[in-house]
Ligand binder design. Structure first.
Ligand SMILES: [Zn+2]
Length: 256
């Protein structure tokens, strides 16, 4: 596709326009003062005038192998040093504390869980937890995984080339009355019309190709029949109804 081709928003169907272009090697580590050499490959981001979803449609069309070769390769750790151990262990500890006393009754899936460190940490603490990563277990049929009361998706949404594939997978995997807890940093106040795309999180080298505004997250939820809420600018929940074991989390944050 041509970078200036007119596209419609995959979330709300609104009109999009070219917001900016960045070098492919723009990485999240720039926030810590570490810069990669420029790749010379321009990556254009489109922006939805209605819901403010911002995305890189050309990368979204890459075949699977390109993601492995160009993004999730041996150097990925250089641009996301916490993804193997630090982040999954920290997130597991937060879940343990969040659902203290309910671990036995929750069937949990960590969607996009990489090597499964988060799930293993939970299992060691007595949880019934599984991990699934579409980039690692690409041959597996997700229908074989079963259904889960709690699905977590940490740093997944911003990586997906196709938000509808993600949502239909989550819908399929979620048990009735289950909830989805996920992290992705919302772009509100960081991505604006008539401003350059300088936000550290807008980094193609990290695979951050789908950047959500709060409004676009709400819109996406409603398209799939979910209610939604946010605990912070980076942590969110999708649910249809609030199960007893999650009522203290959701109500405490004013989501009910
Ligand atoms: Zn939109």
């Amino acid at each position: 596709m041509r970078s200036n081709q007119r596209v419609t928003c995959p979330i709300c169907g609104g009109n999009c326009f070219l917001l900016d272009v960045v070098d492919f090697n723009k990485s999240c580590e720039e926030a810590r003062g570490k810069f990669l050499e420029l790749s010379g490959i321009p990556i254009y981001y489109q922006f939805c005038d209605n819901c403010n979803f911002c995305f890189a449609p050309e990368i979204a069309l890459w075949p699977f192998d390109d993601f492995e070769q160009k993004i999730y390769n041996n150097h990925y750790i250089d641009v996301d040093p916490d993804y193997i151990e630090v982040r999954p262990r920290g997130n597991a500890l937060r879940l343990i504390s969040m659902f203290k006393g309910h671990a036995q009754s929750i069937k949990h899936l960590d969607y996009g869980g990489g090597e499964g460190v988060l799930s293993k940490t939970l299992r060691d603490a007595g949880w019934n937890s599984d991990s699934y990563d579409p980039f690692i277990e690409k041959g597996n049929d997700i229908r074989d995984l079963g259904c889960f009361d709690l699905i977590t998706a940490y740093e997944v949404f911003e990586h997906v080339p196709d938000v509808h594939q993600l949502m239909s997978n989550l819908r399929l995997l979620l048990a009735p009355n289950g909830i989805i807890l996920f992290s992705t940093l919302v772009s509100d106040a960081n991505i604006k019309k008539n401003s350059r795309l300088t936000w550290w999180y807008a980094s193609p080298r990290n695979g951050h190709i789908s950047l959500f505004s709060k409004k676009s997250l709400v819109h996406l939820a409603s398209r799939y029949g979910f209610n939604s809420g946010s605990f912070s600018t980076g942590f969110h929940v999708y649910f249809t109804s609030i199960p007893n074991w999650a009522s203290h989390i959701i109500r405490l944050n004013g989501q009910s």
